[in-house]
Design a protein around this ligand. Structure first.
Ligand code: GTP
Ligand code: MG
Ligand code: NA
Length: 461
C-alpha cells in the first residue's frame, strides 16, 4: 500500500465511560446540538459518529496559547460516541477497536465506576492511548460558570473552597488510577505524556475544559501517532448500522478508518443469507458537526477519504448485518477474489450463531443490529435464558412462525419473541395474537428482560 509520510488522515477518537458520565453531552456541547435530549431513557444505545472539521476544532483550541502555537496537521477529527450502560460491552469494544485514541469520561463527583474499569480494560488490551475528561466540574459546590473557556483559566478563577474540593476529588481520582496501574496528572502539569495519563476537568453543561480537551486530542495524535495516522490507500471499513431510509431504501452506515471509498466501487458485506456483493450507488454523510445516528439531511460525495462516518446506498443491502467489516475490490474483482472476500466477511456472523442453544429450545431474539443482538444475547446468557432462534431487522410473520415451533414442543414460555429496537409488522402481530404468543418489544435492553422474566413467573405459577 502506498503510504504518504507528509500526509495524515483524520484521527478517530472514541468516547468511553460509565453510564451518564456525560459522554454524549460533551459532544453536544462541541457540536451545539441536543442529541442527548432525544435519547430513549437518556441513555445511548448505539455507536454514533461525528465529523469535526479542522476549522471548528481550531476555533476552540485557539482559545489556548498552547493551541495558537500548535500547527494543525490533521485534516479533521472523527469522534465516536459509545453507550456506557452495562449491557453494551460489545459496542464499547467495537468503538474502542475502531479508534486511535480515546476520551475516558469520569464523573468527578463519582470517581471510577464499573464501566470505567471495563473501558480501561478494553483500552489496555489494545494498548490504545487515552485521556480522561473529569466531567461535571460545574457540580462542585459553588462553581461559577465560565462558558466554553479553557479550564486552566476557569479553575484558578474559582473561590478557594471550590478549588479545595476540586483538589480533594482530583487526588482521590489519581489514587484510583494508580491502583489500576496508571500514573495520571492534570494535563497542564503532565510533563510525560507517554508515561502518564492526562486529566482534563470539563463541564459538558457550561463548556469549561472543552478547548483544552480538543487541544490535547490534536497535539497528542499529531505528535505521538504520526506513524499510525500516515495516509495509506488501503481501505478499512466497518458496518455500524443497517437502516431503511425513505427514498433510498436499505442503506448501511459505515466507519471508514482507512483509504478512500468511491461511488461505483464494488463492495462485499456480511449478509444474513450469505455475503452480499453490490455496487456503491451513493456515498452520503451528515453535515459536519452532526451526529450520524440522528435523522437529518445528507451530503452526497463522489469519493470520501478516511476517517469518516458514511451512509452507503446500494442495491441488495436488505439483509446486511451490522458490526461486520466491509471489503472492496477494484474494477469489480475476479470470481476467485470475490470468493475470498465473501468468506472473509462471513466470519463474524458464524461466531454469533454459536449463541443459539443446541437443544433447540429457547426464545426467539430479534434486534436492529448485530451489535445490539450480541448485547441482548450476552444479557440473556448471563440470565440463563436459552435462545433457539435469532434474526436482525423488523419482526415479520415468518419470525413468528419460527418462534411458534416452541408451542409444538410444549414450551409455551419460550414461544416468545424478544424484539429490541425493531418494529413489528402488523401481520406478525396478528399471527402472534392468533397463536396466543407474546412479542416483547423495548427500546431499552434490560426492559425486555424484565418483561420476559415477569411473564415466565406468571406462566410457571
Ligand atoms: P450514556 O451514553 O447513556 O452512557 O450516558 P452519557 O455518558 O452519554 O451521559 P449523558 O450525556 O447522557 O449525560 C447524562 C446526564 O448527565 C444528563 O442528564 C446530562 O445533562 C448530565 N450531564 C452531563 N454532563 C454534565 C456536566 O458536565 N455537568 C452537569 N451538571 N451535568 C451533566
Ligand atoms: Mg451517551
Ligand atoms: Na446517558
Amino acid at each position: 500500500d502506498a503510504r504518504s509520510p507528509d500526509r495524515l488522515r483524520s484521527p478517530i477518537v472514541c468516547i468511553l465511560g460509565h453510564v451518564d458520565t456525560g459522554k454524549t453531552k460533551i459532544l453536544d456541547k462541541i457540536r451545539k446540538t441536543n442529541v442527548q435530549d432525544g435519547e430513549a431513557g437518556g441513555i445511548t444505545q448505539q455507536i454514533g459518529a461525528t465529523f469535526f472539521p479542522l476549522d471548528a476544532v481550531k476555533r476552540e483550541t485557539s482559545k489556548l496559547a498552547l493551541g495558537r502555537a500548535l500547527e494543525h496537521n490533521i485534516p479533521a477529527l472523527l469522534i465516536i460516541d459509545t453507550p456506557g450502560h452495562e449491557s453494551f460491552t460489545n459496542l464499547r469494544s467495537r468503538g474502542s477497536s475502531l479508534c486511535d485514541i480515546a476520551i475516558l469520561v469520569v464523573d468527578i463527583m463519582h470517581g471510577l465506576e464499573p464501566q470505567t474499569m471495563e473501558s480501561i480494560e478494553l483500552l489496555k488490551q489494545r494498548k490504545t492511548p487515552f485521556i480522561v475528561a473529569l466531567n461535571k466540574v460545574d457540580r462542585l459546590y459553588d462553581w461559577k460558570a465560565k462558558p466554553m473557556t479553557p479550564v486552566i483559566e476557569a479553575l484558578p478563577a474559582q473561590k478557594r473552597h471550590v478549588q479545595d474540593e476540586f483538589k480533594r476529588r482530583l487526588a482521590e481520582t489519581k489514587v484510583a488510577f494508580a491502583e489500576l496501574g496508571f500514573n495520571s496528572e492534570v494535563y497542564w502539569e503532565n510533563d510525560d505524556v507517554r508515561g502518564q495519563v492526562s486529566l482534563v476537568p470539563t463541564s459538558a453543561i457550561s463548556g469549561e475544559g472543552i478547548p483544552d480537551l480538543l487541544y490535547l486530542l490534536v497535539s497528542l495524535t499529531q505528535n505521538l501517532m504520526r506513524d499510525r495516522l500516515m495516509w495509506t490507500t488501503h481501505v478499512e471499513c466497518t458496518v455500524l448500522e443497517v437502516k431503511m431510509i425513505e427514498g433510498l431504501g436499505t442503506t448501511i452506515d459505515v466507519i471508514l478508518t482507512g483509504g478512500t471509498l468511491k461511488e461505483g466501487d464494488t463492495i462485499v458485506v456480511c449478509g444474513l443469507d450469505g455475503a452480499i456483493v453490490t455496487t456503491v450507488r451513493a456515498l452520503l454523510t451528515p453535515h459536519p458537526m452532526k451526529e450520524m445516528r440522528v435523522k437529518g439531511q445528507f451530503l452526497r460525495h463522489g469519493s470520501i477519504e478516511a476517517a469518516q462516518g458514511i451512509k452507503i446506498s446500494a442495491d441488495g443491502l436488505d439483509r446486511a448485518v451490522a458490526g461486520t467489516q466491509l471489503l472492496i475490490t477494484e474494477d469489480g474483482g475476479s470470481e476467485e477474489e470475490l470468493d475470498l472476500l465473501r468468506d472473509e466477511v462471513m466470519k463474524d456472523f458464524a461466531t454469533i450463531l454459536t449463541a443459539v442453544d443446541k437443544s433447540g429450545l429457547g426464545v426467539y431474539v430479534q434486534a436492529s443490529t448485530l451489535g445490539s443482538l450480541e448485547a441482548l444475547l450476552s444479557f440473556l446468557k448471563s440470565s440463563n435464558i436459552p435462545v433457539a432462534g435469532l434474526n436482525i431487522g423488523p419482526v415479520h410473520k415468518k419470525d413468528i412462525v419460527k418462534a411458534s415451533t416452541m408451542l409444538e414442543r410444549k414450551k409455551k414460555e419460550y414461544a416468545t419473541v424478544l424484539a429490541f429496537d425493531v418494529p413489528v409488522e402488523r401481520e406478525a402481530r396478528e399471527l402472534a395474537e392468533e397463536l396466543d404468543m407474546r412479542i416483547f418489544t423495548a427500546d431499552i435492553i434490560y426492559h425486555l428482560f424484565d418483561q420476559f422474566t415477569a411473564y415466565m413467573d406468571d406462566i410457571r405459577e
